[in-house]
Design a binder for this molecule. Structure first.
Ligand code: G3P
Length: 216
């Protein structure tokens, strides 16, 4: 499974990129707004840090305007994936942009039927939101499992990008469910490293070594 960072924060992206395990980046209007810079400027800076697919979301909600905005975003860098919401106009924009060769991430997906529409519209990525379904008492990961099964049934090329992942268990479950990509906030990526037995074992190794070889 590929791991993307779900952030527009440059410090977090630099820290993640240093580990050599970040395959791409997803952003959304809320994440861009948090950084306080115009979207084109922020996305260009992100493209300089991570060499992989970088999702940049349109803010228009009408198809014609979404298509125009998507074309502009795609010009920023060859790695840009234009993100559109899963509404009627978003699916129309996805179809049009995909036909032009612009890769599209269809976001705010909460049902397998919606995911089917995105695949038929030629989406490059579909983004089911796991945590937000959990928030309303549903089992978000079931959605990922259903989409993976549907896409496999019909050999759709759309990749399943599990989003709204809130902790390590979500990441493991998404990979078991067959998601192609998981996008993680920095703190979730960082938490994947942690295990008390790793710390305990390393502590013991170093104690033993130093006891044997340090000057008395
Ligand atoms: O980028 C979209 C998604 O990952 C948002 O996650 O935690 O705000 O539901 P969350």
């Amino acid at each position: 499974m590929k791991l993307f960072l779900d952030t527009a924060n440059l410090d977090e992206l630099r820290a993640g990129a240093k580990w050599g395990i970040v395959d791409g980046v997803t952003t959304n209007p809320s994440l861009i707004a948090k950084e306080g810079k115009p979207i084109k400027e922020q996305i260009a800076a992100i493209c300089d840090i991570v060499d992989g697919p970088i999702s940049a979301e349109v803010v228009a909600v009408e198809a014609k305007a979404m298509i125009a905005e998507g074309r502009e975003l795609a010009k920023i860098h060859k790695n840009i994936i234009v993100k559109v919401p899963l509404i009627r106009d978003g699916i129309e924009a996805c179809s049009a942009l995909s036909k032009e060769g612009i890769r599209v991430n269809v976001t705010l997906c909460f049902s397998p039927a919606q995911a089917l529409l995105a695949a038929k519209a030629g989406a490059y990525f579909i983004s089911p939101f796991v945590g937000r379904l959990d928030d309303i008492g549903a089992t978000g990961m079931d959605l990922v499992r259903q989409i993976v099964a549907i896409y496999e049934n019909y050999d759709f090329e759309t990749q399943v990008l599990a989003a709204s992942l809130r902790g390590p268990l979500h990441v493991v479950e998404a990979s078991l469910a067959g998601a192609h990509i998981g996008t993680l906030p920095f703190k979730v990526l960082d938490s994947l490293f942690n295990h008390p037995l790793t710390d305990k074992g390393l502590d013991q190794f170093l104690k033993d070594y130093n006891k044997a070889f340090s000057k008395k």
